[in-house]
Design a binder for this molecule. Structure first.
Ligand SMILES: C[S@@+](CC[C@H](N)C(=O)[O-])C[C@H]1O[C@@H](n2cnc3c(N)ncnc32)[C@H](O)[C@@H]1O
Length: 239
């Protein structure tokens, strides 16, 4: 899968790209990440990408020409144009369903904003999908782009050591519930014991316990995710 990132701050990414799962995926040729500095598509000697808003008001707006020209040029590179995404707090809110859908693409082009955002004509001309990572405002789209790459990456075959990891994650399981509690050694710590059933080796009972725990914790923490959020609580004492 190919990611193209359009940004005013390409220097933000190298540390992230070197982190283990992503760097291994890049090394193995499963993923490639291409950074594009928007300033390379400016026409003046100051390489200016922003200007004051028409009508007045605070802050600066990213100009239309460098973004449109940059995106048109990079879309022409590679085997086929990518699915075009513009990071924006005004976009569709990212969730695991959207992440799964994005993971079916072979190429994503992610446009990161800064300042007050983009001249509206960027959106009118390029018609990108606008995606938000939540109802809050970041200083720039770079962190949001990393969130998209990071979440999509988990779903690309061959990226994780064991593909069951992403299948059993919260939101990904059957009915989109939270994942069950996990434990590792030691068996007892400060008087707190690992649920004995997990030590039995009885795979069927363990699987049932995990399903029930997943349901219990979803009901306690995120009732809205349940297929039947109105159903009255049952007995929780299954261990
Ligand atoms: C300071 S924000 C601009 C916010 C804009 N003035 C508004 O109120 O809608 C600068 C850039 O950060 C990115 N950004 C901010 N919050 C975001 C969010 N919740 N999700 C995705 N990108 C976000 C966008 O790329 C945006 O263009």
């Amino acid at each position: 899968m190919r990611f193209d990132i359009v940004t005013l701050f390409p220097g933000i990414f190298p540390g992230y790209l070197q982190q283990s799962i992503l760097s291994k995926a890049i090394e193995r040729g499963i993923v490639s990440v291409h950074l594009h500095d928007l300033r390379d598509w400016t026409h003046d000697k100051h390489r200016s990408v922003d200007d004051r808003p028409y009508g007045g008001g605070p802050g600066m707006v990213i100009r239309v020409e460098p973004v449109v020209e940059c995106v048109e040029e990079i879309q022409a590179r590679g085997d086929e144009p990518g699915r075009l995404i513009l990071l924006s707090p005004q976009g569709k809110r990212l969730d695991q369903r959207l992440v799964s859908d994005l993971a079916t693409a072979s190429r994503l082009v992610l446009i990161c904003g800064r300042y007050e955002g983009f001249d509206q004509r960027v959106i009118d001309i390029l018609q990108p999908e606008e995606i938000s990572i939540g109802d809050y405002v970041l200083n720039g789209g770079e962190v949001a782009a990393m969130v998209i790459i990071d979440s999509v990456l988990r779903l690309i075959p061959g990226v994780l050591g064991d593909e069951r990891s992403s299948q059993e994650d919260s939101f990904s399981q059957q009915h989109g519930m939270l994942e069950c509690a996990q434990y590792t050694r030691p068996r007892v710590y400060r008087g707190r014991e690992v649920p004995p059933i997990l030590l039995t080796g009885d795979h069927e009972r363990i699987a049932r316990w995990r399903q029930e725990d997943s349901y219990r914790r979803t009901r306690a923490k995120r009732r809205d995710l349940l297929p039947d959020p109105e159903r009255p609580p049952e007995d929780d004492s299954t261990t």
